[in-house]
Design a protein around this ligand. Structure first.
Ligand SMILES: Nc1ncnc2c1ncn2[C@@H]1O[C@H](COP(=O)(O)OP(=O)(O)OP(=O)(O)O)[C@@H](O)[C@H]1O
Ligand SMILES: [Mg+2]
Length: 441
């Protein structure tokens, strides 16, 4: 067991003699979602007493954040754990649910300590808010004390805090961009949103262009980049901070691209495993990784979509896009039950003369409100693509700029106060008068 108890567990109500249940307070599910980060390749063994905790653990075990861990569930609480480890070596993490009275629980833990390896961490799920018990557990090196009932997200967040350092920069967020059909503007949306994130937050962002044969990241940023991503994916085990630095092309202070080779004389049969390894190295080095996925359906595109922190689906308002977007959303819902829905970007809306499904109908059919609606604007988008510029660089006043800002801020879970343009219907001459009236009231 470790002697280091996690700071998260330190109660603020110690003097009141009661521990705040971990789940209480202003924390929302969304915050937990952000705090629960992917957990490294560890083995976790749990000894539950009741079905509620076992089910929460089971749901957590199936979550994408625990995809690399090995979880085994047992019943029988603390006594079962003690008996089990008399025979078997201890894993990286033991989770024990126990409703035993204080003295008995501590007695069981003392017995457990005799067979516990020094690197093993222990998390207790208890049933009482008891400060004395809590202190005794800390003394014995228990890492975390949670009060039942626990939710899968609380479990994931606590485990993630034990294995990621919450005081240092968080592990980077992977944002996967996919088009509901080919050519709908997914790469354009990806590049512009990533650029905006890097400019507004002054945070480092890497765009990983996985469209190996036809990727446009180099063109869109007017760069003749090192075609680094193929080298990384070819031997993912070699990728470290130094090599990554060499393979990235810097576009601005905070934005780098991991560019695709864009040559056709080789085959690109990527493996899902290689993609995960490479993205993990990138995310350990930068806070935001925007993955530009090609419009193909392979084991690795699927793996990236299912394991990303955020998914952005770009769709044009027609029937085929609606069907495909629905299929992607349903798949994500099915396998990411602890995550929020993906972000929908309706692109090329209001194209002259094209019959379209209205925004209302499109979002009602998907049961998902678009995070951004970008109008068809061939002049601006065409010019930006030809110049190798982002929309905002080309024209700050372009309509799409605000929509891209909204998307970028939503991806970073930040709210930005946008200065609303003056209402055009309101004659300016009346504005001061109205201000005065408001003031008097
Ligand atoms: N809102 C828009 N209005 C007009 N043109 C747009 C708009 N959005 C994107 N485009 C243009 O559409 C074209 C296709 O865009 P892009 O390459 O980003 O699509 P994609 O979905 O990534 O395609 P692929 O399936 O090839 O990956 C580009 O020329 C781009 O400039
Ligand atoms: Mg593309």
């Amino acid at each position: 067991m470790t002697r280091q108890a996690h700071a998260h567990a330190v109660p603020s109500m110690e003097d009141a003699g009661q521990l705040m249940p971990y789940s209480e307070g202003a924390e929302t599910v969304n915050e937990s979602l952000i705090k629960a980060r992917p957990i490294p390749r560890i083995s976790i063994q749990a000894f539950c007493e009741g079905n509620t905790t076992a089910e929460a653990l089971q749901v957590a075990a199936e979550d994408r954040r625990l995809a690399k861990t090995h979880v085994s569930l047992h019943m029988g609480g603390a006594p079962a754990a003690v008996a089990h480890y008399q025979e078997s070596p201890t894993p990286n993490l033991i989770v024990i649910e126990s409703s035993l009275p204080r003295a008995q629980m501590l007695g069981e833990l003392d017995k457990l300590a005799e067979s516990c390896d020094s690197g093993t961490k222990v998390v207790i799920v208890g049933h009482v808010n008891d400060v004395i018990l809590y202190r005794e557990l800390l003394k014995r090196g228990v890492s975390e004390y949670l009060v039942a009932p626990v939710t899968p997200l609380q479990l994931m967040e606590s485990i993630s805090n034990l294995y990621n350092n919450p005081d240092s920069d968080p592990v980077g967020n992977v944002m996967a961009f996919v088009g509901a059909k080919g050519g709908v503007g997914s790469s354009t949306v990806c590049h512009n949103a990533a650029w905006t994130l890097s400019e507004v937050l002054k945070s480092n962002v890497v765009i990983a262009d996985l469209d190996m044969a036809f990727g446009t990241t180099g063109l869109d940023f007017n760069q003749d980049p090192v075609q680094g991503i193929a080298e990384a994916l070819g031997s993912p085990e070699r990728l470290d901070e130094v090599l990554l630095d060499r393979l990235l092309t810097k576009c601005s202070n905070h934005l780098s691209i991991f560019a695709a080779p864009v040559v056709l004389d080789r085959d690109y049969d990527l493996s899902a495993e290689a993609c995960t390894t490479v993205l993990d190295v990138v995310r350990q080095n930068v806070p935001f990784v925007a993955v530009d996925l090609p419009h193909t359906w392979t084991s690795w595109t699927k793996r990236i979509l299912l394991s990303a922190d955020e998914v952005v689906i770009t769709a044009v308002p027609d029937l085929a896009n609606l069907r495909n977007a629905k299929n992607i959303i349903d798949l994500l819902k099915q396998s990411r039950s602890n995550d929020g829905p993906p972000h929908l970007v309706l692109n090329m809306a209001n194209m002259p003369k094209r019959p379209e499904i209205s925004v209302k109908e499109f979002s009602q059919s998907l049961d998902l409100k678009p995070t951004a609606i970008i109008e068809f604007d061939v002049e601006t988008f065409g010019q930006a693509a030809n110049n190798g510029q982002m929309i905002e660089e080309l024209n700050k006043k372009a309509k799409a700029v605000a929509a891209i800002h909204d998307l970028a801020m939503a991806l970073a879970h930040r709210k930005e106060v946008r200065v609303e343009p003056k209402k055009s219907g309101m004659p300016n001459a009346f504005a001061p008068l109205l201000e005065k009236l408001k003031f008097k009231r």
